[in-house]
Design a binder for this molecule. Structure first.
Ligand SMILES: [Zn+2]
Length: 266
């Protein structure tokens, strides 16, 4: 072996050893990455969903496999486009009567569990189950966001939902809310209230309808939405009662994608 070739041999050996070491450390790095990713996924499993921080809406789909629909194509809320909406082809009717309602703090919303309402879409009946409030509104209409929105949630026997959304604009005291608003600071002790959920609806029953989802996890795409065009009034004081309890509990606007917003008279 000449001197040069023995130097080359030593270099090749060194290079091989070095490359060998590096590939081992690459494997170790990949394993560490995978472990970190798994740990991150596990960590996300323990994150509670919410409206800010790690559990914020943009992470909902990663928090749990059960929340995968949050990344779906038919999500709510949306910005409702108006102007040339086609007429709703289904026949829709609604009826409400007084019933016993129970107020509760559902963790992220003020909610009233109540019956006494039926929304009928093409002979399929959806029964009122509860109503709850978001501040500010979740839907926007032509880009306009309102200070609050109530959702009247109706369920059919097959698990499909029909939700009626009503916007609030600040003004006169809302007489329907006034019937139970004084109970809010002590809702646990307040007991049942006799309430007609239909009294929250505006006189003009023009609604924008579209197919969407729950606006909270698991974001199931099972909701026939009916958002009233005309807002109802809420006083500054009533609004403050609501925002003091839960504020900024609105999911960001979701893409409309391949959906049409129709207009209907309910
Ligand atoms: Zn809601």
């Amino acid at each position: 072996m000449t001197r040069i070739s023995s130097i080359s041999f030593a270099l090749i050996l060194l290079l091989f050893t070095f490359t060998g070491c590096q590939s081992e450390s690459d494997t170790a790095a990949t394993e560490a990455d995978e472990a970190a990713e798994t740990a991150e996924a596990d960590e996300m499993q323990n994150v509670e969903w919410g409206y800010s921080g790690e559990g914020a809406p943009e992470n909902w789909a990663d928090i749990s496999e059960d929340f995968a629909a949050c990344d779906g194509q038919m999500q709510s809320p949306i910005d409702i486009p108006t102007g040339d909406n086609p007429e709703e082809t289904s026949s829709i009717s609604m009826s409400y009567e007084p019933a016993e309602g129970t107020l509760k703090d559902a963790g992220y919303v003020l909610q009233m569990d109540i019956s006494g309402g039926t929304l009928t879409i093409d002979d399929k009946a959806y029964q009122l189950a509860q109503l709850h409030f978001h501040t500010p509104s979740e839907h926007t209409i032509d880009g306009t966001r309102y200070p609050a929105e109530v959702h009247l949630v109706h369920a059919a026997d097959d698990g499909q939902l029909a939700v009626v959304g009503v916007m609030f604009e600040e003004g006169e005291e809302n007489a329907a809310l006034a019937e139970f608003w004084n109970n809010i600071p002590n809702i646990e002790e307040a007991g049942a209230v006799n309430f007609n959920a239909g009294s929250l609806l505006p006189d003009d029953r023009t609604a924008y309808t579209y197919s969407g989802s729950l606006t909270t996890p698991p974001c199931s795409e099972v909701v026939s939405w009916h958002v009233m065009e005309t807002p109802v009034s809420i006083s500054a004081e009533q609004l403050e009662t609501l925002t003091n309890m839960h504020d900024d509990n609105e999911r960001p606007i979701q893409p409309l994608n391949d959906r049409t917003v129709e207009v209907a008279e309910l």
